[in-house]
Design a protein around this ligand. Structure first.
Ligand code: WTA
Length: 636
């Protein structure tokens, strides 16, 4: 059996058994047969979840870009690697072949080298979804610099926090970005961010929108002339298996964002292997993931996973609603997309629109439909299955995290029978466990608990940049010897998993993870605010939206409250980004607190959900009366 490409359920079960009984043989064989190495490993795996420390393929040497680009040149030099679809459908798409990608990545690598970037240096990439973003990511990997991509929808404050956390000294950005009919002035955001980052000595600016920008002499350089002059040859830096490949920030339930560190070899093997199987990619397929490269989905399943398999991967600059709500389907028809991977929030938004936006287009090329980022509700699942897939394209509901690097629980299409809202079975090598509140594993089926993983997989994040203790605390302290995901899940009668959602203070809004603490911190900076608490509540399109309870230092009139709501949301947009704005802001005289002063979010959540029939025991509250007062204000 070729365990690199599983083709039926029986093969899956057989390979799964091998992968958990002999994980080292299993992954060693996959790594050896399907990738190119400068030097083989001495040991496949060493690990200890208590320290915690995980090492895969120790002693091996490689460069991930040789696996994603160079090794395809003998057979696929002219095959399209990246297919860039611009925001404006009237602008032609760009087909960038493997040969061209090779040249562009090397040029960018030489430009970075020219600015003094060396192996191990951190490079902050704040670019829109344009080809330069892909070139920049791969150029860092080419020379062993650690990329830290920051989603170009984040605010200046969020950007500066991320630049400073990993001490990046160079930032790559663009003059602006196109989002539907808007132009976003990215360079101006960078300029504001850099007033707080004195260590940044160089900003490379790609040209996209052509809008007027200010260039700081001695710091800012136009990217295009440098690329033009640079050589298209750059020898790949030989990396150790466990050298860091990138840092990617994700929200935590408390404090500042966590810079998850991924390393070279394990990440490469796992992102490539999952891509091949979960999308059943065949040589001439055209694959499209609609995520932004600023998120882990874009890292693993727009760039590294597809390119390691020699795939054609689409990179879309725009939004699903521009020029109209048929854009996704127009692109599917135009490029004859075979695998389509998106988020439930996009599916829900498009399902609300006129069906003509779908019916106008020929979607018969589709073979696999994927979802990621949040639980998909039954209605959206069926719409996706009926209207987009015409019931002939299996849906892969893929559960995973920034921390896991690759897909962990998912059907394998045409192998695993799907079940609406279920992510179904663990991928090869993944050993899930459901835990009860006392830290014991819940055995058997038809059970529900907190989702943990018992054994390392190759692409598990190795640390939080600069804070290994926080890494231990967050993921390995709740359940000894287990990686804790922060999610709840159930297991049905046949052993299929269904992810029920976060069990911590992270709220997923339109597929974006938002920690409540940083939003509350932003609100509390308002001079008139005394205290605040954020909870999520169900929203038709966004999945969840944010509900803010705010107490003021001094009572405010209706009119003042309206102004305050606006100011609070502006503050949040400024500190974090527009994605974190609150849907509802309610001013309350106080927050329900325990005697130890902890805010009882459970009660606030139930009020926001309008589920007040069973508020549980409120007698232990410091201020039990406040619950009725809040209910009255909210009207439930
Ligand atoms: C949630 C995105 C249900 C989950 C790749 C997880 C999901 C968090 C699914 C990670 C899914 C992701 N079903 N929930 N198929 N996929 N999630 O780090 O709560 O942006 O912990 O990684 O998204 O989000 P992140």
């Amino acid at each position: 059996m070729n365990t690199y490409h599983i083709k039926n359920l029986e093969e899956y079960f057989q390979a799964y058994r091998e992968s958990v009984t002999e994980p080292e043989t299993f992954w060693g064989t996959i790594a050896e047969k399907n990738f190119s190495w400068h030097k083989k490993w001495n040991r496949v795996l060493s690990w200890d979840f208590n320290t915690p420390e995980v090492k895969w393929f120790e002693g091996a040497q490689l460069n991930i870009t040789e696996n994603c680009i160079d090794r395809h040149l003998s057979e696929r030099a002219d095959k399209t690697a990246l297919l860039f679809e611009p925001n404006d459908p009237k602008e032609p798409a760009q087909h960038i072949s493997y040969q061209q990608l090779h040249g562009q990545v090397n040029k960018m690598a030489n430009v970075l080298k020219g600015q003094g970037v060396k192996k191990g240096d951190r490079v902050c990439i704040y670019l829109p979804m344009i080809p330069e973003l892909a070139f920049a990511v791969l150029a860092c990997a080419r020379i062993g610099a650690i990329h830290s991509v920051v989603f170009a929808g984040f605010s200046a404050t969020a950007l500066s926090t991320r630049i400073n956390d990993c001490d990046a000294t160079i930032v790559l950005t663009a003059d602006g970005s196109f989002r539907g009919n808007k132009i976003i002035d990215l360079k101006a955001i960078v300029d504001v961010a850099l007033t707080h980052c004195s260590q940044v000595s160089c900003v490379l600016v790609a040209e996209r929108t052509g809008n007027a920008i200010a260039m700081v002499p001695g710091r800012d350089l136009a990217m295009a002339p440098l690329l033009q002059k640079a050589s298209s040859e750059c020898v790949a830096t030989v990396m150790e298996a466990e050298d860091p490949l990138f840092i990617l920030y994700t929200s935590g339930s408390t404090g500042k964002p966590k810079g998850m560190v991924h390393s070279c070899a394990g990440y490469m093997v796992y992102s490539a292997h999952t891509f091949k199987n979960i999308f059943q990619y065949e040589e001439d397929d055209v694959y499209w993931c609609t995520a932004d490269i600023g998120w882990i989905t874009g890292h693993s399943y727009i760039l590294y996973g597809p390119l390691a398999n020699g795939a054609t991967t689409i990179m879309f600059e725009g939004v699903p609603s521009y020029p109209d709500f048929g854009r996704f389907w127009e692109i599917v028809e135009k490029h004859k997309v075979n695998q389509f991977y998106t988020a439930p929030t996009a599916i829900r938004a498009l399902a609300k629109e006129n069906i003509e936006f779908v019916e106008k287009y020929d979607l018969s090329s589709l073979k696999v439909l994927g979802t990621v980022g949040e639980p998909i509700n039954e209605e959206a699942w069926h719409w996706y299955d009926n209207v987009i897939g015409k019931k002939k394209s299996p849906i892969v509901d893929t559960w995973w995290q920034t921390e896991t690097g690759g897909i962990m629980i998912s059907p394998i299409p045409y192998c695993t029978p799907t079940k609406p809202t279920f992510a179904t079975l663990p991928f090869l090598g993944i050993q899930p466990a459901l835990m009860d509140e006392n830290g014991n594993e819940i055995e058997g089926n038809q059970v529900e608990g907190r989702l943990c993983i018992k054994h390392p997989w190759p692409s598990i994040a190795r640390s939080i940049w600069g804070d290994h203790e926080r890494y231990r605390q967050t993921y390995f302290s709740a359940y000894p010897n287990h990686y804790f995901t922060g999610d709840g899940a159930s297991r049905d009668a046949v052993g299929y998993y269904r992810i029920t959602g976060r069990v911590d203070d992270v709220i997923i809004v339109s597929g974006h993870n938002l920690g409540t603490a940083p939003i509350e911190d932003a609100i509390n900076e308002h001079s008139k605010v005394a205290e605040s608490a954020i909870v999520g509540f169900p929203h038709d399109i966004k999945g969840n939206a944010l509900f803010g309870y705010v107490t003021l230092k001094k009572e405010a009139s209706e009119k003042e409250q309206t102004i305050l709501r606006k100011e609070i949301n502006e503050l949040i947009a400024d500190k974090i980004g527009p994605i974190a704005k609150l849907e509802i802001i309610t001013f309350v005289p106080g927050l329900p607190k325990t005697r130890s002063g902890k805010i009882m979010r459970r009660i606030l959540r139930k009020i926001a959900h309008k589920e007040v029939s069973n508020l549980g025991d409120t007698s232990t509250l410091l201020n039990p009366d406040i619950v009725n007062q809040i209910r009255e204000i909210v009207g439930v």
